[in-house]
Design a protein around this ligand. Structure first.
Ligand code: AMP
Length: 283
């Protein structure tokens, strides 16, 4: 295996210092592990633009609003190392919780307003945990570029805003969502679905595409678009809708009239598994 594992901040810094001195471009792909085709797409994108790719694998305790979700989150470390090796990753940074949080964390990054709706509304503290750990990772790795998936569009908007507001010296690159052939967004949480749930889960993407088509055909009232999407979602009674919203793509605020670039975003529960997805629509 040519990929290197760094499990401490000091080991990672020692590894990256000479590269930085030589002016190499360092690309960071932050993940929680259980790597799949979505993560691989981020790594591929990083490979085009960076001399050295760092993949961080850290299941961040402070971003989980439910302890059971944190505990059952998959952690297949050996498989992940193999994926990184095959994808030409240079360094995997996989710290323990104790390494990242050696004592009680008293400093947090809070991105206001952008976190009021969608997942921010239903997962209290989630984006505070995400923004804080991502800021820590940026300070630890000091990458030139960092790669995030559009699948987590609110997260991407929050990170972009944090970087702009706090003048962090790096470029954020958003990567389009990788999907299964039936449209379901690839996610580590899909592994929790049984066969029947897996079939029903596709309804979220079907609702999103129905909404997008309606807007493309000329509908401008968000309420009408959302109602039709709810009708699509209702075809799968075992799928419980947490939210389905049309928001502006920068500030992540719900819109009534669709007049600019918007993101249609939904979150559903299939059994005990929560799935999210979104599509961008330009009018
Ligand atoms: P996670 O390990 O779930 O925290 O995800 C790590 C990164 O991979 C985040 O930036 C996600 O948005 C991105 N990601 C997860 N799933 C996908 C996907 N299906 N397509 C593109 N990016 C993804």
């Amino acid at each position: 295996m040519s990929v290197e594992l760094a499990d401490s901040i000091s080991a990672l810094r020692t590894r990256l210092a000479p590269l930085r001195r030589e002016g190499k471009i360092i690309g960071l792909v932050p993940t929680m592990g259980a790597l799949h085709a979505g993560h691989i797409e981020l790594i591929r994108r990083a490979r085009h633009e960076s001399d050295c790719i760092v993949v961080s694998i850290f299941v961040n305790p402070i971003q989980f609003d439910r302890q059971d979700d944190f505990e059952r989150y998959p952690r297949p470390v050996a498989d992940d190392m193999q994926v990184c090796d095959q994808q030409g990753v240079d360094v995997v940074f996989a710290p323990s919780a104790g390494e990242m949080y050696p004592r009680a964390q008293r400093s947090f990054v809070e991105v206001e307003a952008l976190t009021d709706h969608l997942c921010g509304k239903f997962r209290p503290g989630h984006f505070r945990g995400v923004a804080t750990v991502v800021a820590k990772l940026f300070n630890i790795v000091q990458p030139d570029c960092a790669y995030f998936g559009e699948k987590d569009a609110q997260q991407l908007a929050v990170i972009r805003r944090m970087v702009a507001d706090l003048n962090m010296p790096l470029t954020i690159v958003g990567v389009p969502t990788v999907r299964e052939p039936d449209g379901l967004a690839v996610s580590s949480r899909n592994a929790h679905l049984n066969l029947e749930q897996r079939r029903s889960a596709t309804v979220l993407y079907q609702a999103l595409t129905a909404a997008r088509e309606q807007i493309v055909r000329g509908e401008r009232e968000a309420a009408v678009v959302k109602q039709q999407a709810q009708n699509v979602l209702a075809q799968q009674p075992e799928v419980r809708v947490e939210y389905f919203e049309v928001v502006d793509s920068d500030e992540i605020q719900p819109v009534e009239r669709i007049e600019r670039l918007v993101r249609i975003a939904g979150a559903v529960w299939v059994g005990t598994t929560r799935l999210i997805d979104n599509v961008l629509v330009d009018v």
